[in-house]
Design a protein around this ligand. Sequence first.
Ligand SMILES: *Cc1c(COP(=O)(O)O)cnc(C)c1O
Length: 372
Amino acid sequence: MIPVNQPIIGRREKELLAQCIESGWISSDGPFVAEFERKFSDYIGTKHGVTVCNGTAALETALFAAGIGKGDEVIMPAFTIISCALAAIRLGAIPVLVDAEAETWNMDVSQIESRLTPKTKAIMPVHIYGHPVDMDPLLDIAKKRNLVVVEDAAEAHGAEYKGRKCGALGHISAWSFYANKIITTGEGGMVLTSDSKMAKRAESYRNLCFRPEKRFYHTELGYNFRLTNLQAAVGIAQMERIDEFIQIKRRLGEYYRKSLLKFNGIKTQTEKSWAKMVYWMYCIELGKGFGLKAKDVMDGLAKKGIATRPFFIGLHQQPALHKLGLFKKERYPVTERISRQGLYLPSGLALTEKEIDQVISALELILKQKVN
Ligand SMILES: *Cc1c(COP(=O)(O)O)cnc(C)c1O
């Protein structure tokens, strides 16, 4: 069986976890939390890092920290995980969508302008599958209109836009350290910003909005979104190898890309000249030329012991959001097409080139069986 993801977790993680257990520091009140925040924010290049319990919480915390609230509109891609819309909705804000563009599957920044209203307060670019969004035009609009830019960088640890790291390009960014992300703490997340006020608000929101000067007295509603010292210990160990992990991802991604050239009708995310992508997941879109539907390919690969995952389904196609009166008659053709015809192949850090060869052979076999 080739799993779709398998993280690399080693001796160092065990060592630091043992230190937590031996010292008794297992809650969020432990020294590794601040150390992890410092190491990760230094790596990406922001002044502050605020850990939270997962990436979904990080998005909500980032929007809260940026001052987004009731009635504010947040522009985001239709092609993304529901966490982006949830973050806005939970704060009383309104998600507003733009379609994906066909080459990188990221939000089509040329559509942002047409979605602006007097209520627009933020833009949330999502660096899909580890390829950066074309940020300069987006940042220009944000500057002109005085909007906050909240990056969802959950899939883009180490990705770069014109030589600058994703997650330090806007005002604030949200990260996930779920087991399939480029570094992991099992579950976990972080908010990064160089704005001290936003960092303070993020810290407050993750910790019940306790007031520093008067404990157990609250003027705003927060959450318990805290990360534990145990999780931070794993995060610190992972940070020691983050460059190696990114290299592995890029090497495997390139190997896949070259191996897939022999097929007709398979489209992959193309790295733009201004981008360094990190191949968070190795994704393909099956065009008409391929001759098989994504669903059939996924079933065929599963029978051969190869795990895959489907693409996101557009936010405008979610019944749970229709029930809130959102996106009912909206259409985003690129999002609809890629979510129907896309899938991701095994992409874990522990994957080998030999296993990629097996995936390719299996794909060839499935195609041949279909012809016969
Ligand atoms: C994984 C992911 C999230 C959510 O992170 P969790 O830690 O799973 O809550 C948010 N946005 C994107 C783009 C993701 O890939």
